[in-house]
Design a protein around this ligand. Structure first.
Ligand code: PRP
Length: 207
């Protein structure tokens, strides 16, 4: 049994903030700061093995046990509903999931609403909860284009600063849910490494 705690970090700007929090909690791994393209780093002294993964893949590594713990956005957890424990809200990477449309948009409830999004499950659940029939148009990026080009009536997407909406003459119509980075754990991994993981969570709660 691997004694090191396997940790999936989201690659990118958020990941650097996340690593700084792990480091401050006593789970440091100095080699991770060396420049290069390496993806895996270990420190036997603190008992950790980190790997950089694409942010939207963190939950897959954790759910399948390739990582014991990881940090994933609440958007990904709501969209894919991975079978993991959600242990802590890191209160970073804050943004919101929202419905946005052109400024002159008026909802005509007599017609099916066309919704473009990367977050199909979140959009379906939201509109189901308000009893609105929709036609989902799944896109992989540049979602803001859809209402401008008449591909959809609205979009469901992440809004952080609001700059992307503003620069494309779109506006928020409804807020669906606030989003932030969450510490998640593999269910079996948590059973075997409870002490290490609980120690980390305790330190993070004190930050
Ligand atoms: C996200 C989101 C918006 C933008 C919102 O895209 O899809 O386009 O950020 O941020 P803002 O409110 O600060 O402008 P991201 O940059 O993650 O890339 P994507 O197009 O691949 O989703």
């Amino acid at each position: 049994m691997d004694k090191l705690l396997n940790i999936a970090l989201p690659k990118g700007r958020l990941g650097e903030k996340v690593y700084a929090m792990f480091e401050a909690a006593g789970f440091d791994c100095p080699s991770i700061k060396e420049p290069g393209r390496k993806l895996i780093f270990e420190n036997e002294a603190t008992g950790v093995r980190y790997f950089w993964v694409k942010p939207s893949d963190v939950a897959i590594y954790v759910e399948r046990g390739a990582a014991d713990i990881g940090v994933a956005g609440k958007d990904i957890l709501l969209e894919y509903e991975p079978d993991v424990y959600e242990l802590h809200d890191l209160a970073i990477g804050k943004c919101r999931m929202a419905v946005a449309a052109k400024k002159d948009f008026r909802d005509n409830r007599a017609r099916t609403l066309r919704v473009a999004t990367k977050f199909t499950n979140i959009a379906l659940k939201y509109y189901n909860s308000v009893g609105r029939d929709i036609d989902i148009i799944h896109l992989n990026g540049s979602i803001e284009l859809a209402p401008i080009l008449g591909l959809s009536d609205v979009i469901v997407d992440i809004v952080e600063t609001g700059a992307t909406l503003k620069e494309n003459d779109l506006t928020v119509v409804e807020e669906i849910v606030p989003i932030s980075a969450r510490l998640i754990a593999n269910k079996a991994g948590y059973r075997f490494k409870t002490e290490q993981i609980n120690g980390l969570v305790k330190k993070m709660r004190e930050m």
